[in-house]
Design a binder for this molecule. Structure first.
Ligand code: ZN
Ligand code: ZN
Length: 888
């Protein structure tokens, strides 16, 4: 077995990427093993799989690999959430066109080929990161095979009265010229000007209002005041006239008006903001549209100009007519389209909506386990804040078509039958005439919100809409980022409840964000983005994966830092070196051995290994990947490398079978525990430890037990799996005693080595005169200790008899100086020339007399040293025992 000197990750990665059979990760779905279905996020194909994605997918892959080793039938699918604006915008800018300048199919084709290129790029990065994805389960939302499901879900929800079409105010992006959902609006504050304008009254005088949006004067449908505001109470029910437009509007009272804002009187427009919509609905106000879908004004006065231009012109006209009383700079919260950062408008348009049943969503969400739990509260807060139904129609092209036509004869809606799907109504006519007899239809040109595609991913993973999906639903796990709780998590719960009457998953695990080295969220504008490829090149995939695991608990933000990456590579190098050293002595096909009292170091190692397996398993079950990896690393550095291998070096050279077998067991176990984190490294080591065996990723997760002679073999149960029994030729009490001796062996070696290094003695230098006082029989532990320490050790029972002896007495000039002034130096010499014994004998009595001079105790600096075994000694205390080393 020739093991290369250095751990060459580049060679090893490319070797296994070629050698691994992708079938290893295939989901069987035959019910033989317990299923574990992961509702993997389908990323948007930007072409760039960034470090934030890498963190999320590392978590998924740790879980998938761990669960497979634990005996589950794991489904780790991978999808691509293709549709949407960013790709359309990219195509528009690349080809310098707008979506309306070329035929829809041609535009869609350009979007599709760009998406395919981007998917290929991202897939390459994912493969290099060794994600154990079952690529036979890949889904691409822009392909018919997937969007037929989106369309079916639309039709089913339409027939169940959960989808409807209506004219209603919607959030509208004037740049993208499409309706958007609330979840796509980000609110941010910006500085703006508050204008004070007079609305003249026909009889009782005028009212001054304050507004930040004078360009909406033409859409003003009422003025509102607070009914408890005495300044205006007489005006309620009267009429006033808008400036410039000179149109009459009602003054109404509403408790939601803040009397302290501006003048305490506000104009209600259709629509300046969400509050306008609330008032408009509540008071049944008329609708006046001044902004068109393209963001240009449609009223007569300023027809055709943009909203921004209109604002300037309205203010200019108001100032010219001296209608502005006052201007005031204020901070205001404004909604922006999350994709393009354009300020949104609220327009009343005919759109398709999904009904939002908040109670049903909250009830389903409460059935799911949320890790960490703050994610549930975020979903709950969002759900409670939702005011309108979900607007699902978009006035775009690259998206799932809405399978609907409108009858030209009677105007009735014709929704496609499920068996006609998939289809694009702009390319296909209905397969039957309308109820009115007409066969002439106008297709629906609107398309679906992309969240309509991705919010059925859990159903899709379970096999929906095939009836057999029910056996696999809900899925076991949804991993996702906390930034899409209000979208992907929210919509998925809604859809699962609507289509399957169930929660979509048993558990959600939410990952944090990756921060740049400056601890800021990674973003292009801050220039702190790091591409995963560059990190892989430099440190190797297994180091990147360790960084993801160790950077923090699941849910916390993880900074990119080279310290963790360097520590990760150093760990692998260390383990490689331990392994290389050990394999020089490992023999192939060892016989099983039975450990006995003569093997305290081995029994100690095995007990520690059993503890390690238990705690790593518990950490993995809690998704505490950072803790699991720290435990493994600590075992390798401290227990295995620093102690065990050092202690047994001598026996290893002699190919002691107990030692070889224990080391084999330890390495085999560590490599399996490490397999979810470091798939390449683990595979490489495993192939050397177990030549000819199948991949480590197909092996069961380690389960060890040490069985003393007086412990009965437990009957294997269905769930216990295969437990590797290590037999001990001793009773349980004796095995525990051997472990205790093994612990002492470790402590003695560690403390004397530390002593040597403190004393600047070479670690391999021989030391004489070491006495160990312990209350047990060390005869079996002694050889390892002597070997590791190169020391001649005498073992004794009980406590050592240690006495303190004075070894040096010096004059204390600090005390003598002030008393004897210029004589102090002479007195000091006198003390130095006096035999130590003479002073030491008097010192306990309180005063010392030398040549007639009387000195106090404080006149001397006394140095004492422990004495035992007839010599000055250094004393090292152990947890249960003492080590003495004779001074030389
Ligand atoms: Zn936009
Ligand atoms: Zn009709």
């Amino acid at each position: 077995m020739a093991i290369p000197k250095n751990f060459d990750y580049q060679y090893i990665e490319s070797k296994w990427l070629t050698a691994w059979n992708p079938d290893m990760y295939r989901f069987r779905g035959d019910g033989i093993k317990e299923r574990f279905i992961i509702d993997t996020p389908p990323p948007y194909p930007t072409g760039n799989f960034h470090l934030g994605n890498a963190l999320n997918w590392c978590y998924i892959d740790f879980i998938a690999r761990y669960k497979r080793m634990k005996g589950f039938d794991v489904k780790f699918p991978q999808g691509w959430d293709c549709h949407g604006l960013p790709t359309e915008v990219k195509v528009e800018t690349t080809f310098n066109i707008t979506k309306n300048q070329i035929p829809r199919t041609e535009f869609r084709g350009l979007c599709e080929s760009l998406t395919r290129e981007n998917i290929a790029l991202m897939k390459g990065t994912m493969q290099r990161l060794a994600f154990s994805i079952d690529w036979s389960q890949e889904f691409v939302t822009m392909e018919k095979a997937y969007y037929v499901k989106t369309q079916k879900s639309f039709v089913q929800m339409y027939h169940n009265d959960l989808i409807y079409r209506s004219e209603h105010p919607v959030n509208w992006c004037p740049r993208c010229e499409t309706a958007i959902a609330f979840a796509e609006v980000n609110y941010d504050s910006r500085s703006t000007i508050l204008y004070y304008l007079i609305f003249e009254g026909s009889d009782l005088g005028s009212v001054e209002i304050a507004t930040t949006r004078p360009e909406l004067l033409g859409a003003c449908v009422a003025v509102a005041v607070n009914p408890s505001d005495e300044r205006y109470v007489n005006l309620i029910g009267r009429k006033v006239r808008t400036p410039l437009y000179n149109e009459e509007v009602d003054v109404i009272g509403d408790e939601a008006v803040d009397p302290t804002f501006g003048t305490g009187a506000v104009m209600i427009c259709t629509f300046g903001d969400k509050q306008d919509v609330r008032w408009w609905k509540k008071h049944n106000l008329p609708l006046k549209k001044v902004i068109g879908k393209d963001g240009r004004v449609i009223d007569k006065r300023y027809y055709g100009v943009t909203i921004g231009e209109a604002k300037g012109r309205v203010i200019g006209d108001l100032l010219d007519d001296k209608l502005v009383q006052k201007q005031e700079r204020i901070e205001q919260s404004v909604g922006f389209h999350d994709r393009c950062k354009t300020p949104i408008e609220i327009l009343s348009e005919s759109q398709w909506f999904v009904k939002i049943n908040k109670d049903a969503i909250l009830a389903r969400a409460a059935e799911v386990e949320w890790i960490p739990s703050f994610a549930f509260h975020r979903l709950k807060n969002w759900t409670e804040s939702v005011e309108w139904d979900w607007c699902i129609s978009r006035q775009r092209v690259f998206a799932t078509p809405i399978p609907v036509w409108y009858c030209d004869g009677c105007g009735q809606v014709m929704v496609a039958e499920e068996r006609w799907l998939p289809l694009d109504p702009t390319e296909e006519a209905p397969r039957r005439p309308c109820e009115c007899g007409s066969s002439s239809f106008t297709p629906e040109y609107d398309v679906l919100d992309t969240w309509m595609d991705s919010s059925i991913s859990a159903l899709n993973a379970a096999g929906w809409p095939d009836a057999k999906y029910k056996r696999q639903f809900p899925t076991q796990l949804r991993p996702q980022g906390h930034d899409i709780i209000r979208t992907w998590a929210f919509y998925s719960i809604l859809r699962s409840d609507a289509l399957a009457g169930s929660k979509p998953w048993e558990r959600v695990i939410v990952n944090g964000m990756v921060l740049g080295e400056d601890n800021q969220k990674m973003s292009k504008s801050l220039g702190n983005i790091i591409a995963p490829e560059s990190v892989i090149e430099r440190y190797g995939t297994d180091a990147v994966r360790q960084w993801a695991a160790i950077g923090g608990s699941v849910g916390s933000d993880v900074p990119y830092n080279t310290k963790d990456l360097t520590a990760s590579s150093r760990f692998l190098t260390k383990l490689w070196n331990v392994f290389r050293f050990a394999t020089l002595h490992l023999t192939e096909g060892e016989q099983p051995v039975t450990y006995g009292l003569q093997n305290p170091s081995e029994i100690w190692l095995i007990y520690n290994l059993i503890d390690l397996v238990e705690s790593v398993t518990a950490s993995m079950d809690r998704f505490a990947f950072d803790e699991a990896l720290k435990e493994i690393r600590s075992f390798v550095w401290n227990t295995l490398a620093d102690h065990y291998v050092e202690a047994v070096k001598g026996r290893l050279y002699e190919r002691d079978v107990y030692c070889v077998a224990a080391l084999h067991l330890a390495l085999d176990t560590i490599v399996k525990l490490l397999a979810p984190f470091c798939p390449f490294f683990s595979e490489e080591l495993f192939s050397h430890i177990n030549p000819g065996a199948e991949s480590v990723h197909l092996h069961p997760w380690p389960a060890l037990s040490l069985r003393p002679q007086d412990v009965a073999v437990p009957e294997p149960t269905a769930t216990s799996g295969v437990v590797q029994q290590i037999t001990v030729a001793a009773s349980q009490a004796e095995a525990q005693e051997a472990r205790r001796i093994g612990e002492l062996v470790k402590e003695i070696i560690a403390s004397v080595r530390r002593y040597k290094s403190e004393q600047r003695i070479a670690l391999n230098a021989r030391v004489e005169g070491v006495f160990v006082y312990v209350n047990c029989d060390m005869s079996y532990g002694a050889p390892d200790i002597s070997n590791a320490l190169n020391a001649d050790i005498e073992y004794k029972r009980g406590r050592p008899d240690i006495q303190e002896r004075v070894t040096e007495i010096r004059p204390n000039l600090g005390s003598l100086g002030p008393r004897f002034k210029s004589d102090a130096k002479r007195i000091g010499e006198l003390i130095k020339s006096t035999p130590i014994k003479e002073i030491a004998n008097q010192i306990g009595e309180g005063s010392v007399t030398i040549y007639g001079h009387v000195f106090a105790q404080t006149d001397f600096i006394v140095k004492k040293e422990p004495f035992a075994e007839g010599a000055a000694v250094d004393v090292i205390e152990l947890s249960e025992g003492t080590v003495l080393v004779k001074r030389t």
